[in-house]
Design a protein around this ligand. Structure first.
Ligand code: ATP
Ligand code: MG
Length: 554
């Protein structure tokens, strides 16, 4: 016999004699055989469960559990076990019932041993076939499972790669577009700058010649205001087209952020809560300080605008971070670098996907004329890119937006440039600030207040002179605008110096030739500041003037 498996035969009969007879015959007839006996169905079921025979030969009529019940239960438990039922000749229905219940064969009693042996051999073959199929099916199933898993990983990878490719393509397209617009706008902006200087300069000159309060003068005042706005715009254009002069030095970003936020705080309405999470040990970046401050300003201004109606939280954070995979994939130049992450998050209106596509485009704005020009984010993008950094945006319409800026950390420690501006230029002297334009007085007071000075503001030069006359020793310095009704700046300076010869006076002038540096010096004016006045410049000039005059006294 071409046996490749051992025959495990379970013989079930309530008569010992019958079992022994079968065992004897089969042991002789089969080479490899193991036989277990059971006296009834219940016993047999238990050994079948434990021992897993491949063939069972069972009598039908037995106490406790009969052969047919055993057959049904075994077939349910181990379907591939083959069962041969032995029936009496008088029991006509038994063979049919047995076959229906899944028996592989039946044999009439009294048993013919040769016939039984043949039936067992057939049953064993059948078991082998079923066993083979079962094992193969299992193997196949496992194989399919493995292949499916591999396919799905490959699929996932492909999808991820496709997404990265798409992202890179869109980044590339965006950068080409920005470059083209940058070159175009930059070229125009330079010309505009010159043209605007002439417009502003000549307007200023002509205004000086016109009578205070006259219609003509007021009209020119409007021209002047528009001209200044245009100049500020041109500056933004030059920034995003990266043609602005950049001065990159290692600077501690946290100082710039902190100082810029201080300036911003004054203009943020009380419905918006400002929260800071700024790590002073986050390190330095190689950067242009003014431009960094512009990035902070622009992002916070957008966040503030987004929450103007409903209020909310403006959260600014700064910390050192490691490059994560996603960022490195999209910005290979940042890989393996230590980064500083600056984030501005708001709980404002959010940005829908159609708007998101265009937010960095120059001149793209969803704000009505007068509220926005659409240059803020273009400038931020230009600045961040020219500093070798990256910018990402997350937003949910209705829930708010987060702008993350990543800048490579500088290897060198920061020079004290910023600290110098913000700390070395501090003071506690008393300053009289005179300008007929109230917003400018407020600006001057705020800016100098930041640096610690005690500032008294005046919008009327007559009032200012009276105040000074009452207590000339109370002031350490006077800053005055030149162009004012009633008493002009140079005249005011002259009067004050008459009262107290050592009072330092700084004159703020526009593009004007009515007062030359020589003439100013004659009067005793210590220094000039050209309008528009910048906070930092003001602080530097004030400190310089005060220090010089203290030296003179010694
Ligand atoms: N934090 C934000 N929340 C919601 N929308 C924003 C936010 N930041 C930018 N946007 C959208 O992006 C557009 C472009 O912003 P960008 O700063 O470039 O220009 P702007 O704010 O409209 O004008 P500008 O900054 O020149 O005054 C905005 O008009 C606005 O629709
Ligand atoms: Mg903006």
């Amino acid at each position: 016999m071409a046996d490749n498996t051992i025959l495990k035969l379970l013989v079930v009969d309530d008569e010992d004699q019958a079992r022994r007879q079968i065992r004897k015959y089969i042991e002789l007839d089969f080479n490899a055989v193991e036989i277990v006996e059971a006296a009834n169905g219940a016993e047999a079921l238990e050994s079948a469960d434990r021992w897993r025979p491949n063939v069972i030969v069972s009598d039908i009529n037995m106490p406790v559990m009969d052969g047919l019940e055993l057959l049904r239960r075994v077939k349910k438990m181990i379907p591939k076990t083959q069962i041969i039922i032995c029936t009496g000749r008088e029991d006509h229905d038994a063979p049919i019932m047995a076959l229906r219940a899944g028996a592989s064969d039946y044999i009439m009693k009294p048993l013919n041993m040769e016939e039984l042996s043949l039936a067992i051999l057939r049953a064993k073959k059948q078991w082998e076939t079923e066993d083979f199929l079962e094992k193969n099916a299992e193997r196949l199933e496992k194989l399919v499972e493995k292949r499916t898993a591999r396919l799905s990983t490959i699929n996932k990878k492909l999808r991820a790669e496709r997404a990265i490719k798409k992202e890179l393509e869109s980044q590339y397209r965006q950068s080409l577009k920005m470059q083209a617009i940058g070159v175009l706008a930059g070229g125009i902006a330079h010309d505009f700058n010159n043209i605007l200087s002439a417009i502003i300069g000549y307007t200023d000159l002509t205004m000086d010649k016109l009578k205070e309060g006259s219609r003509e003068r007021d009209n020119l005042g409007e021209v002047m205001k528009a001209g200044r706005r245009a100049k500020a715009l041109v500056k933004q254009i030059l920034t995003f087209s990266r043609q602005d002069d950049q001065e990159k030095k290692p600077v501690e970003l946290y100082l710039i952020v902190k100082e810029t936020l201080k300036l911003l705080r004054a203009s943020v309405p009380s419905t918006i809560k400002m929260k800071e999470d700024i790590d002073p040990d986050s390190g330095s970046v190689l950067a242009d300080a003014t431009q960094m401050s512009q990035v902070v300003m622009n992002l916070c201004a957008n966040a503030e605008f987004a929450m103007r109606e409903k209020g909310g939280e403006l959260i600014v954070s700064l910390r050192e971070v490691e490059v994560d995979d996603e960022l490195a994939k999209n910005n290979p130049s940042l890989a393996d670098r230590k980064l500083i992450k600056f984030s501005v998050a708001d709980k404002g209106c959010g940005i829908d996907s159609a708007t998101m596509e265009r937010i960095f485009d120059p001149f793209f704005t969803t704000k009505k004329a007068g509220d926005g020009t659409g240059l803020g984010l273009a400038a931020v993008h230009g600045i961040v890119t020219s500093h070798g950094g990256a910018i990402t945006v997350k937003s949910k319409p209705g829930a708010g937006s987060t702008f993350d800026i990543y800048l490579p950390k500088a290897d060198e420690p920061a020079v004290d440039e910023i600290k110098k501006i913000f700390q070395a230029y501090k003071g506690n002297e008393r300053i009289l600030f005179v300008d007929d334009e109230r917003p400018l007085v407020r600006l001057g007071m705020e800016a100098l207040g930041q640096f610690g000075y005690d500032v008294v503001g005046e919008t009327s030069s007559v009032e200012a002179l009276n105040r000074f006359r009452r207590a000339p020793e109370k002031f350490d310095l006077v800053i005055t605008d030149q162009t004012m009704p009633n008493i002009a700046g140079d005249e005011l300076a002259r009067e004050m110096i008459k009262i107290r010869s050592d009072i330092p006076v700084i004159l703020c002038t526009g593009f004007s030739k009515t007062i030359t540096p020589e003439k100013a010096k004659d009067i005793g004016i210590r220094d000039f500041i050209l309008k528009p006045v910048l906070a930092n410049e003001l602080a530097v000039t004030v400190r310089k003037t005060l220090d010089l005059s203290a030296e003179k006294e010694r």
